[in-house]
Design a protein around this ligand. Structure first.
Ligand code: TRP
Length: 330
């Protein structure tokens, strides 16, 4: 690859079901341009999915393929990026084991994401070793490819900070092996769910990248707007509307201004505002759906992409592990 080796990019997602537009604007949107300017690695974190969903793994294959298709539809280019599956690169497990030796358990126990999920997720038993070790495995995924950039959503920042701390600790014992990676965030994208809560698969309040206009229309029709606008003649406030943040992401600026004014002086009703949004969304999704149709019709191409991505990733991982074993006198 003929990119600057000092500006590599790596990121991943867990295969837990179809991606919604919150995933797109929260992280994936950043991946697309980075593949053109840096040597890029994107992977399906299927082992990470097991840290919480170990009891039923029956959907994992389907989700892995679905995730890769979501990425390709969104514009990841297999000619530019290495796209691979974590569980096919066994070196991640080796590095996970070694990094586990030098990571204090207290660092893991005080991880805010760990504490939060332990408390909030009551439908699964998260007292397993693998869940506590989630950030160590993530550090292994990242450090293996020695990237400069890790484009992720805001929620991943505590994990990335731990990766940096683990890299520093490794380097302090065994010499300078791992550069410290940096996060790349999208401009603070607010993507509330249709009902105003966080957009999440488990709340059933999301717009998915694969949704057809037919599936989207009733979702948008039911979306909450400014609760003070009971009648069309009541003036509204875009700042408290659930729909308006989406216009900010998807509608051109001139139209946004018109919407704002029309809402505040009650010349534009919520129904018409939603129609404008439907158009913006369709324009955004159309090229994604075209690419999706192509890959869904050619599953063998998707397997080939993963296969050759796995091979390229494995070569990188082997090179890093040779350095690591040497540094640790193994
Ligand atoms: N924790 C990430 C998520 O929940 C997935 C992930 C695993 C990841 N390993 C990673 C992301 C390494 C970036 C880099 O989406």
């Amino acid at each position: 690859m003929n990119h600057d080796p000092n500006s590599r990019t790596l990121s991943g997602m867990r295969p837990t079901g179809p991606l919604h537009i919150g995933h797109y604007f929260g992280a994936l949107k950043n991946w697309i341009p980075m593949q053109h300017t840096t040597a890029s690695f994107f992977f399906v974190a299927d082992w990470h999915a097991l840290t919480s969903d170990y009891a039923d793994t029956s959907h994992i294959r389907e989700y892995v393929n679905g995730l890769v298709i979501d990425w390709l539809a969104a514009g990841l280019d297999p000619e530019k990026s290495v796209i691979f599956r974590q569980s096919k690169i066994l070196e991640h497990a080796e590095l996970n084991l070694l990094l586990g030796m030098l990571t204090p358990v207290s660092w893991l126990e005080r991880n805010p994401t760990y504490k939060e999920q332990q408390q909030e997720i009551t439908t699964k038993d998260l007292s397993n070793f693998g869940f506590l070790g989630y950030p160590v495995l993530m550090a292994s995924d990242i450090l293996m490819y020695r990237p400069k950039w890790v484009p992720v959503g805001q929620d991943q920042l505590p994990h990335l900070e731990l990766t940096r701390e683990i890299a520093r600790r490794f380097n302090s014992f065994y010499g300078n092996v791992f550069p410290e990676p940096e996060a790349r965030l999208t401009p603070a994208a607010k993507c509330p769910g249709l009902d105003g809560r966080k957009m999440s698969k488990s709340y059933g309040n999301g717009i998915f990248l694969k949704d057809t206009p037919k599936e989207i229309e009733p979702k948008i029709r039911g979306m909450f707007t400014d609760p003070a606008r009971l009648r069309r003649s009541d003036p509204g406030n875009p700042d408290v509307c659930n729909l308006y943040p989406y216009h900010k992401l998807l509608t051109d600026e001139a139209t946004q201004k018109e919407i704002c004014e029309g809402c505040r002086n009650a010349t534009l009703g919520c129904v018409d505002c939603k129609k404008i949004f439907m158009k913006s969304l369709e324009a955004f999704l159309e090229p994604l759906h075209e690419r999706r149709a192509y890959y869904e019709a050619h599953p063998e191409i998707v397997s080939d992409i993963l296969e050759s991505g796995n091979k390229a990733a494995r070569a990188e991982a082997a090179a890093t592990m040779a350095i690591v074993r040497d540094a640790m006198h193994l």
